[in-house]
Write a protein that binds this ligand. Sequence first.
Ligand SMILES: [Fe+2]
Ligand SMILES: [Fe+2]
Length: 431
Amino acid sequence: MPDSAGDAGRFEQWGPYLSYGTDPATTMTIAWRSKEPTAGAWVKYGATQACDRTAKEVATSATRHHVVKLTGLDPATIYHYRISRDSDTAWTFETGLPAGSKRPFEFIINGDMHAYPCNRLDRYFQLMNSEAPGHDFYAGLGDFINDGLDITHWNAFFHDAREYMATRPLMNATGNHDTGNKEKYKNYLDAFVHPYVNPAEGAYYLIEYGNAVLFFIDSCNAGRGDPLPGDEQYAWLEENLAKHARADRWIFLFLHHQIYSTGDFGCPVIMNDVFRPLCREYHVDAVFYGHDHHYECFWVDRDAEWGGTLFFVAGAGGGQHHVDHGIMGDRDGKTKYVWPGRFLNVRKHGVPPPSPKSDGTTLGFRNDELVKQCQLIGVLEPNFVHVRIDGDVMDLKCIGWQKQVYHQLRVRRAGAGRKWDASCELQRVDY
Ligand SMILES: [Fe+2]
Ligand SMILES: [Fe+2]
């Protein structure tokens, strides 16, 4: 018989879990939550199992939530570490590549895990490790917690993620479910320790990793709930896009709210109006977002001289319970789960209007030429996205929870632009 009190304690104890600090090559933040408040928590760490260096937690008074920031680490190096709560257990992590390095690296992406008790996300974390064993970090797109005010949902997430997040950093973006109001936002900031620029205005930040710059945008604006970056965040975004666009690196944006999507929330005109000019001006390579619970790929401005921007819906992280199967009809064996070039919410919302909506509502979707021409593929099955960067080549796969590779593409940057690599065309799988 399980000890119920012991089980409760097991869920209340989070981590240890990892995230990069300001520089992925030389910093690592290790956080955990203990059952009772304690003071003086520490991390012992080192390049050997002896863990001969010690770092103390940031807090000086007794607390349940512990954060220890390691600095001065060597790049691309495996470290062993132990924490004061579980001093007999050792874990490892690997620091990232220095900014500007041309060495290959890999990461995974998805959003909308919607953790709550008993949805067993641990299976998905295990699958991401087994199907992408070489990935360096996880870029999250928000809505990892189903209800940011419910501690049992937070506990469920960190319980299911405990083995994964002890060894690989998760860099997350805010979602409406986990930061949809001020109170949720506070819980979010306490839990996800990232190198935020100005948390009073939003949980936005960037990391430079090898020959890429990754922007994490708070589309919930510090719990105010708007789907666009607020004034200060927008100014930061534009300033830093301008700075890095000149550096000839991959530029990726990660946010929660969708820009182009034929899913439940459609294509808000206002998102196109704000993000498309930014992507054009600063030659953003790819934008990843969730909120809609499926996978979809759009290639916008692909005929432009600089190569255009890839937009991905990657919000199918929550398993069967949180993928919008309803919009495709019954699972009678005939339903297509992959629908290149089609709108998927016709059944739910009726035939799309002949002209784009311009009122900016999030449920409006555009039946316009842009979406028709730019949608490459959609996948209505739980999945995650795996990206491998090797110099000027990006290989991307959409991998389903049943281990199918639904979509695979290779993009080669050519100076400021990109071309198809003819040896690896778009692959489509019909089920
Ligand atoms: Fe969601
Ligand atoms: Fe959402």
